[in-house]
Design a binder for this molecule. Sequence first.
Ligand SMILES: [Zn+2]
Length: 476
Amino acid sequence: MSLPDGWEMVIGLEVHTELLTESKLFCGCENRFGEEPNTHVCPVCLGLPGSLPVLNRQAVELAMRIGTALHCTIAPSTFHRKNYFYPDQSKDYQISQYDLPINSGGYLDLPDGTRVGIERAHLEEDTGKTTHLSSGGRLQGAERSLVDYNRCGVPLVEIVSAPDIRTAAQARAYAAELRSVLIATGASDGRLEEGSVRFDANVSVRRPGEPFGTRCEIKNLNSLRSLQRAIDFEALRQIDLIESGGAVRQETRHWDEGLGETSTLRVKEDAEDYRYFRDPDLVDLAPEPAWVDEVRHSLPQMPAQRRAGLRELIANVTPAQLDAIDVAVELSAEHYVHATARAGGDVSIALSRVANEVASAPDSLHRLTVESFVEVTRMEGSGEISATQAKILLAGLLAGEGDDPQELARSKGFERMESGALDELVTTLIETNVDEWTRYRAGDEKLAQFFVGQVMKATRGQANGKAVIAILEARR
Ligand SMILES: [Zn+2]
């Protein structure tokens, strides 16, 4: 979508990610999604009088992993109480990091080369979950509301970007890349549909060169598609408002996926409304430099480096292959491609099979050994089996039909076609398709595919297309 002439968007994202810890941030309750409501609670996460928080070391480590991956400075930090009433926050305040966050001043590079600043990535606790029993799930018109405190006290890292993003598509690219980074650090499972990663978008509009306009915050966007649509809608709403003589009011807005529009949720609070003060029950957090170093050295490669690693394997990467590389990295399946390259196999075939056949069974990767994958691509590359057969073999291996590609090929009747038999078949096809053969000989290259198609039909996909073309060329 493009904006009316003379306008640009200014977008900053706040991304909340739940950390993959065993227990909650300040108590020993299990950190598990999808359990019976109110079964993982205790006096600490319910905020009962007299209970005291104890900081979770694993949460601190995961927060530092995120900060390191985002090139942040890890510094001594403190915990504050953010005071507000909400039914799913029973102690009436949320423990969060305020003026001294654990991570600050980093950046994230997007695949297109844009660098987005990271202002901070701080630790805080999640709230419980309220379910309003109304048609749209909103409080208005609800007869009842239910509260589940299992999520209360689950560790979160909130990652706040600088207002460096200029289009909704770029916001989406940032969110997708950040999600991949969070998964790569091991800090998050990245599951948007379970709320493990949630997006808030700060959107304003201006004429280029002007100071920033008044921003609105759209809360709780839970898919990349919603994020992009909500930002586009909100920017146009603000431009319409300004062009018709109105002014944007700073507020928090709700995105309605069904209606495709944002609406006022509440007029924006300022930081002072929350009466932040240091939590007297928690000491300052100052990780030992040795621990910070250990975290830095234990981080695996980030998605950007992994994509670059795959690109190096291919001489002239096509746009389709760039997409395939994204899919392979997103799937954490690039080891299949690297193993094929090490075995001297066809990297293009391997990449294509990973981005298509392997990607279509993302939960079955454990069934497909690297050896089997390399063997299937070798069989396809050498012409032992056709591309169609290679796809069927991979699907079979991923479905658990067997674990030996050779054996599976035999059981499916994928015997290699004798070259004599293929030669004979092509001869017959030339004799019965004289017109097409004449046009092919006259230089109409498209007819090669016609003959390949005929051969595939006659052999039920068992022939090797490249071998057919070689025969045609030889006879020409
Ligand atoms: Zn608890």
